[in-house]
Design a protein around this ligand. Structure first.
Ligand SMILES: CC(C)(COP(=O)(O)OP(=O)(O)OC[C@H]1O[C@@H](n2cnc3c(N)ncnc32)[C@H](O)[C@@H]1OP(=O)(O)O)[C@@H](O)C(=O)NCCC(=O)NCCS
Length: 138
């Protein structure tokens, strides 16, 4: 799911499969569930994962791409390509916001997921080149 969560802008080459093992990406998923604040939901179809949304906190010494502060978890979310656009991502996000109001994320400005986040109350806090940091305060 972490691989599926990486947005590839139109015309760009896909990421190599092992990109998720690189430290700047693996810190979002490695040992998930073992750190305070880790919270996630998985959608299954016949027992196979087809989507997930997850929250993890970072600290200022090793900030995530959407870092706000050490108490604000960052959102990761992905739905497998064949299942997109029918509301699964919304349901996964809702399953987290039912429990945690405040969260942040980093998004490429070209990613159509922007609409989903805006609809769910995220606002842009900062922009660096094509990368936006968005915050939802609950
Ligand atoms: C973002 C993602 C998780 C949304 O899941 P989903 O099941 O497609 O979402 P939903 O069907 O609940 O909602 C779709 C909304 O997101 C937007 N959207 C997000 N990604 C989209 C895509 N790839 N194609 C079309 N619409 C997309 C739609 O505009 C729609 O907004 P609307 O309801 O206001 O019209 C999914 O598209 C995905 O995995 N994308 C690739 C990975 C990614 O970009 N992750 C986020 C990184 S910040």
């Amino acid at each position: 799911m972490q691989f599926e969560a990486l947005f590839v802008p139109p015309g760009d080459d896909p990421f190599p499969g092992d990109v998720v093992d690189q430290p700047h990406i693996s810190r979002y998923w490695a040992g998930f569930g073992t750190r305070p604040g880790d919270l996630g939901s998985i959608a299954l179809d016949a027992g196979a994962p087809i989507g997930a949304a997850w929250l993890r906190r970072f600290d200022a010494a090793d900030p995530g791409y959407g870092f706000i502060d050490g108490s604000t978890p960052e959102l990761g979310i992905a739905v497998a390509a064949d299942y997109r656009g029918v509301g699964l991502g919304t349901r996964l996000l809702d399953s987290l916001t039912d429990h945690v109001g405040r969260m942040s994320l980093s998004i490429d400005a070209r990613n159509p997921a922007y609409r989903l986040y805006e609809r769910k109350g995220f606002v842009v806090m900062s922009r660096s080149a094509m990368s936006l940091t968005m915050l939802r305060t609950g």
